[in-house]
Design a protein around this ligand. Structure first.
Ligand code: FEO
Length: 403
């Protein structure tokens, strides 16, 4: 049965939800599912904006047919060709062979790479600032290169201020019947999923996101229709998510706070991290989060490093190197271009203690990172002789946060 939702008088959400997918992009765990959004505009011409993943194909076509209600489909706008949005293009072409595709030249190249039998004569290739009118509605197309792939564009309906934002402003989590962000407790329940989505998927591409935000600031945006997650229509919500995006894209911490990540084999490094956390709390620093790198998927660690200003890495030495789960986290931070954080290091080992110096080396390769002089080196476990260093570290972090 069809299950679409109205966005405006003549615009409909025709996507679907996938609560069975375990790993998004086969790497990021999903515990609350994900939605694949697509939209149909009923104007003089009928316009389908993006397709979806195979997983929601049946729902997607039932929705489109119900919204079209016997009308033909005239236009397919493709904003992004990653297969979670492009998988159904071929099926759309089979069902509506005369549909005109509007997309970028780069998108056509990538679709061909994926083996889509695109007839170039059926493609209307658009460039930055090009417009197309469908009757009452006129779209302007804006390139969104590297948000998240090089072919991406966003489409802005100049008639009613709807921005079809592709991956931008999307979030993990399936929709619960509710479509709009103001129908959810977004700031309480959803924001962590929104951050984990954006930072892990597009975190590396802060400058292109900044570029897109600058272009978007010149538009009178009334609705944001992303490819995942809720639609934005409340001006306060739109301002809220735009502000978050500015932080994530510029690598500015959202909050002054401490993220403690430990890599511990038998619990002794973990104990040292716990003691530090208590000492921070005793100094009035309560905005803290602690994670075991071994049991936390790295996508959650990446999400929180985009949130907090300070990072403590407490790490045992393993095979004369950095404990692998902590090393993975550092490599992911490097890959995603994380920068502008203050880092403190606590190292452990029963002989040849090297994790601290190696972590310092890795962090030093990153941009605008500050490593605190204060740190802790312990042999096997935290001992009374380590306490002055631990206190000094807690003092230094607390003083920094209270600036
Ligand atoms: Fe949801 Fe870059 O695709």
């Amino acid at each position: 049965m069809y299950n679409y939702r109205k966005v405006t008088d003549d615009l409909y959400w025709v996507g679907g939800n996938d609560r069975r997918l375990a790993l998004f992009e086969n790497i990021h765990p999903l515990y609350h599912g994900v939605s694949y959004n697509a939209y149909v505009l009923l104007d003089k011409k009928t316009v389908l904006i993006d397709t979806a993943d195979w997983a929601v194909g049946q729902q997607y076509f039932e929705n489109i047919n119900a919204v079209l209600d016997g009308r033909n489909l005239d236009v397919l706008v493709i904003n992004h060709v990653e297969p979670d949005h492009a998988a159904l293009i071929e099926e759309v072409l089979l069902r509506w062979p005369k549909v005109k595709i509007i997309t970028t030249r780069k998108a056509v190249t990538i679709l061909k790479q994926f083996g889509f039998p695109i007839d170039i004569d059926k493609v209307d290739m658009v460039d930055e600032g090009d417009t197309r009118s469908f009757g009452k509605h006129t779209f302007v197309f804006v390139k969104a290169e590297m948000v998240h792939w090089p072919e991406a564009m966003v489409s802005y309906d100049t008639t009613n201020g709807v921005l079809f934002s592709a991956d931008a402003f999307g979030t993990f989590r399936s929709l619960d019947g509710k479509l709009f962000s103001d129908e959810y407790d977004f700031r309480g329940e959803w924001i962590d999923d929104a951050r984990r989505y954006l930072t892990n998927i597009v975190g590396k591409y802060g400058p292109p996101v900044q570029h897109l935000l600058a272009k978007a600031s010149g538009l009178d945006i009334k609705f944001i229709c992303p490819l995942h997650g809720p639609v934005w229509r409340d001006p306060m919500d739109i301002a809220y998510i735009l502000d978050k995006y500015v932080h994530w894209a510029t690598y500015e911490p959202e909050e002054k706070g401490v993220m403690i990540v430990y890599g511990s084999m038998y619990g002794h490094t973990e104990n040292a991290a716990e003691v530090l956390a208590h000492k921070l709390c005793e100094r009035g620093i309560t905005n803290t989060r602690m994670y075991d790198a071994s049991s936390t998927h790295v996508s959650y660690l990446i999400s929180d490093i985009f949130k907090y200003s300070h990072l403590v890495l407490a790490c045992v030495t393993y095979n004369l190197g950095i404990f692998p789960p902590v090393k993975d986290f550092i490599h992911d931070m490097q890959a995603l271009n994380v920068q502008n954080r203050t880092v403190a290091i606590m190292e452990n080992g029963s002989w040849a203690i090297r994790s601290g110096s190696l972590i310092k080396e890795e962090i030093s390769k990153m941009k605008r990172m500050r490593i605190l002089d204060e740190g802790v080196t312990m042999a096997s476990s935290l001992q009374s002789q380590n306490m002055p260093d631990l206190d000094a570290l807690a003092d230094a972090i607390a003083a920094d946060l209270k600036k």
